[in-house]
Design a protein around this ligand. Structure first.
Ligand SMILES: [Zn+2]
Length: 67
């Protein structure tokens, strides 16, 4: 089947394991397996998680207080 062949050649998302057409390289800070790619959905989720982590919020608060 042509579809199976295509899917085989596609990279797999290292998060959801689905074949990805549009590959997104994860940021090093996300601590994901080094040489893989994410699908668009997982990339967006990870991106949102990364920018909404409590740690970063605290950092921002602190720097605001100092300023
Ligand atoms: Zn994914």
């Amino acid at each position: 089947m042509l579809n199976t062949k295509l899917t085989k050649n596609l990279a797999k998302c290292i998060w959801c394991k689905n074949a990805v057409v549009l590959r997104f390289k994860p940021m090093a800070q996300w601590n994901l397996a080094g040489d893989g790619y994410l699908c668009g959905d997982c990339y967006q989720k990870k991106l949102a998680e990364y920018y909404l982590t409590p740690d970063r919020r605290n950092l921002t608060k602190q720097s605001n207080r100092n300023a």
